[in-house]
Ligand binder design. Structure first.
Ligand SMILES: Nc1ncnc2c1ncn2[C@@H]1O[C@H](COP(=O)(O)OP(=O)(O)OP(=O)(O)O)[C@@H](O)[C@H]1O
Ligand SMILES: [Mg+2]
Length: 405
């Protein structure tokens, strides 16, 4: 028999509904008797021929979500028989899970084996006992319910597995970053002192009277030593302690700062940076320099990827509470950097966040920009994703607000 919780099962729209049974029987008195027996617990639809049953099933599939939960069909029917109905149900991916119970006066062993062999879920011999028929329909419906639950759980399990795989990938990336960080932090730290001296000495020498070639050479030393300093800084920030002090920080200020820093390169490539930042942005909790690192790297990448004369758009706006995933239920700030460059080939998408992965010429990129950006965003409790666009790339960053708005 149907249990109360099963009877109250919700349909796809969430409204409770009674289970549906389709009865196909050409003998009117038998059909009526079955409908009477089942009506108390089910929404029973009945048809008197195979053709009508086909039309009923076609219409239910077309309507979507109106399919019966159980089909109870006579074997001997005018036109198309019970086996044809069985094949119709089991051959259609949208109906395949619906249990089919075969009903026949010819309850011979051959019929039974034939029906079950073709995929029938149960067999009831005529004349039937009312209590037995109800019990078998209830059992079939229970099996159907369990099968649906199993399918839902399988889906949930698959989603959880995908999430786990993603988390594992991130954990591997983080572990790689941590290992690299530890390894190079010492080296970077030690390099900082001699580099500082190289910079200071080159700068001092440049202030003296020098032939032009020597000046050029010193200027080049200054530029390259400067690059080394910024590289050591990046490497040091990869290994930064997770427990670094966090404080409320202004996104507007960070945006202004990184736009100013990116301007010279943008002007050189005749790329226009268009900024749209809302006035009412909440502050976000971040370690010092994290916002500039995150937004700055995305902006630099966008400028570098842009063709001459193109626009890079940087927008920052208040973002409503998130429904799911990272930062669920928290309000925050969404920062989007949009460029009109070549975008990213699908084959490379997985690798971009790997430290030291770059497609730029030697000396043009370290391949640390995106891994540093993601590191910084995740320290703030946010998320960062690159989304391909028709013409270019869209980098979307979300950061949780420091205080409830
Ligand atoms: N906006 C973009 N458009 C197209 N490709 C991009 C974009 N941003 C990043 N990439 C690709 O991702 C790679 C990795 O970027 P990432 O910022 O980590 O390193 P990089 O830019 O190569 O070097 P660095 O940032 O250290 O100067 C780039 O080499 C480039 O191939
Ligand atoms: Mg970069």
């Amino acid at each position: 028999m149907i249990r109360g919780d099963e009877r109250a099962r919700a349909d796809d729209e969430g409204a409770p509904r009674r289970p549906r049974v389709l009865v196909v029987e050409d003998d009117e008195s038998v059909r009526r008797a079955i409908v009477r027996l089942l009506s108390e617990e089910y929404d029973v639809a009945s048809e008197s021929s195979g053709l009508d049953a086909f039309e009923h099933l076609d219409a239910a599939v077309r309507a979507g979500g109106a399919e019966p939960d159980v089909v109870l069909t006579d074997v001997m029917l005018p036109g198309r028989d019970g086996f044809a109905i069985l094949e119709r149900v089991k051959g259609d991916p949208r109906l395949r899970g619906v249990p089919v119970l075969m009903l026949t006066a010819r309850a011979s062993l051959d019929d039974l084996v034939d029906g079950l062999g073709r995929g029938a879920d149960d067999y009831i011999g005529k004349p039937f006992n009312g209590a037995e028929l109800r019990a078998r329909v209830a059992a079939a419906y229970r099996a159907r319910t369990l099968q649906r639950e199993l399918a839902q759980r399988t889906l949930a399990l698959e989603a959880a597995l995908a999430e786990l795989a993603e988390a594992q990938q991130r954990a591997t990336e983080r572990a790689k970053l941590a290992a690299i960080g530890t390894m190079v932090a010492g080296l970077a730290h030690e390099l900082n002192n001699p580099l500082g001296i190289v910079l200071a000495q080159a700068d001092r020498a440049l202030r003296t009277e020098l032939p032009p070639r020597a000046r050029d050479a010193l200027a080049s030393i200054l530029r390259q030593a400067g690059r080394c300093v910024s590289l050591t800084r990046s490497l040091l920030s990869l290994s930064r302690d997770e427990g670094s002090a966090m404080a409320p920080a202004s996104v507007q200020v960070a945006v202004e700062c990184v736009v100013e820093a990116a301007r010279p390169q943008a002007e050189e490539g005749r790329v226009e940076i268009v900024v749209r930042a809302a006035d009412d942005l909440p502050r976000v909790l971040a370690c010092e320099g994290d916002l500039e690192t995150a937004i700055g790297n995305l902006l630099r990448n966008a400028v570098q990827a842009s063709p001459t004369g193109a626009q890079v758009q940087l927008s920052a706006q208040r973002s409503p509470a998130r429904g799911a995933g990272v930062g669920a239920g928290t309000a925050g700030v969404e920062i989007v950097v949009r460029d009109r460059g070549p975008g990213i080939p699908a084959a490379l998408r997985e690798r971009l966040f790997e430290p030291f992965f770059t497609t730029k010429e030697p000396g043009k990129g370290t391949g640390l920009g995106l891994s540093l950006a993601r590191c910084a965003v995740e320290r703030c409790g946010g998320s960062l994703a690159l989304e391909p666009a028709d013409d270019g790339l869209l980098a979307r960053m979300w950061l949780p607000a420091a205080e409830a708005s």
